[in-house]
Write a protein that binds this ligand. Structure first.
Ligand SMILES: *Cc1c(COP(=O)(O)O)cnc(C)c1O
Length: 380
């Protein structure tokens, strides 16, 4: 294969990052914590509207801290979207709690508020309300937050928003991740902006933010000597990586526009093919199209999702199946699932197409031609 590989969602630097990184080197702020970390947090608050932000080493670390600060512990149940990445669920296990998986709705592919209501009401009636709900916002799109917040508000159940994939999206004009008790974001290498690795915890509660900052830096008490009254973690983002984050955050809006243009290109080129549908853009806000995801109906299209994925791979193009639902994961067998057929269907038929903000039109055309060829080969 001579053509260059097209990746699913590679990093896209603006050039500004290096200036911030150089500043960190010039001032010898290489250690974690430093002026870039503070500035990155402040700028993140401005962009998202979050009152407080704590920069950490990964989105997973941010989720772990939110579990601890919500008081989730052994024996508790936490309701979480089944259609997601394992990192949404692992922190529930870290603190000894049990996940209960909630299926998706078709409108957004995110948590179905009706199934969530069913799961919550059943538990409230039994006198064992869930300790928290983790709402995931998939592929750049907010979940249907109003009914979820109304429901959780009624029973006083804290919401943790896993907005790792949804930075730049909106829900009724506001940023998903800023509605719950906590919201988390990821700056992993494949996300819409990246620090190579990193994450952010946001909250409207200043005391919780301060506590998160303390837990993330080994939980040192305010004393001249090393004194600890609780278990801490080494989860703070480094000052060097925060510099990269500042450069990336400055171009977030451009990145959203570029990814939405990718989606528009795919939509125009592929939506006339029989059996191809796109993840819908729900009416409540802006989808960033972090990833453009399609579903392929094999009866109508002629071949199935996996055949298309392998054809793309043979053309040196990276595409990925939609997340394998958590209730189907070997590691999570034995935990309850409320529904699950929608997520299973999206996994069976769903494919994430190359969606990087640095894709060229020639590369987008290569993806489209490969998919069209799959269809033509069987229909003649
Ligand atoms: C990427 C991702 C995470 C984890 O973020 P990291 O920074 O890689 O730890 C969590 N949840 C979802 C939905 C993600 O896509």
């Amino acid at each position: 294969m001579t053509s260059q590989r097209i990746h699913l969602s590679p990093p896209h630097m603006s050039g500004q990052e290096q200036l911030y990184v150089r500043e960190a080197f010039d001032s010898n702020w290489i250690a974690p914590v430093g002026p870039h970390v503070t500035a990155f947090e402040q700028e993140f608050c401005q962009v998202t509207g979050a009152p407080f932000a704590v920069a950490v080493s990964s989105g997973t670390a941010a989720l772990h801290l939110s579990m601890i600060l919500t008081g989730v512990g052994p024996g508790d149940e936490v309701l979480v979207s089944t259609l997601t990445f394992a990192a949404s669920v692992n922190p529930i296990i870290y603190v000894g709690a049990r996940p209960v998986f909630i299926d998706s709705e078709r409108t957004s592919w995110n948590m179905d508020p009706n199934l969530l209501a069913e799961a919550i009401e059943k538990r409230v009636k039994a006198g064992r309300p869930p300790k928290a709900v983790v709402v995931v916002q998939l592929y750049g799109q907010s979940a249907n937050l109003d009914p979820i917040m109304e429901l959780c508000g009624r029973y006083n159940i804290p919401i943790i928003e896993d907005a790792a994939e949804a930075l730049g999206a909106t829900y009724k004009g506001k940023t998903p991740g800023t509605f719950g008790l906590f919201g988390i974001y990821s700056f992993n290498g494949n996300k819409i902006i990246t620090t190579s690795g990193g994450g952010m915890l946001v909250t409207a509660n200043g005391e919780l933010a301060a506590h998160a900052r303390k837990l993330a830096t080994q939980a040192r008490d305010d004393a001249p000597h090393y004194q600890h009254s609780e278990i801490g973690y080494n989860y703070r983002l480094s000052n060097v990586l925060a510099g990269i984050g500042r450069g990336q955050l400055a171009v977030l809006e451009e990145r959203v526009q570029a990814r939405r243009r990718n989606f528009e290109f795919y939509r125009q080129a592929l939506s006339d093919l029989p059996g191809i549908e796109f993840q819908p853009e729900a009416p409540w806000g802006r989808h960033t199209r972090w990833l453009t995801c399609i579903t392929i109906d094999p009866d109508e299209f002629g071949v199935d999702r996996e055949t298309v994925r392998l054809a793309l791979e043979a053309a040196n193009i990276e595409a990925r199946p939609v997340w394998k639902p958590m209730h189907l994961q070997p590691v999570f067998q034995g935990y309850e699932s409320v529904g699950g057929l929608v997520a299973e269907d999206l996994f069976e038929r769903g494919l994430c197409l190359p969606s990087g903000s640095n894709l060229t039109e020639a590369e987008l055309s290569r993806v489209v031609e490969t998919i069209v060829k799959c269809h033509r080969q069987v229909t003649g």
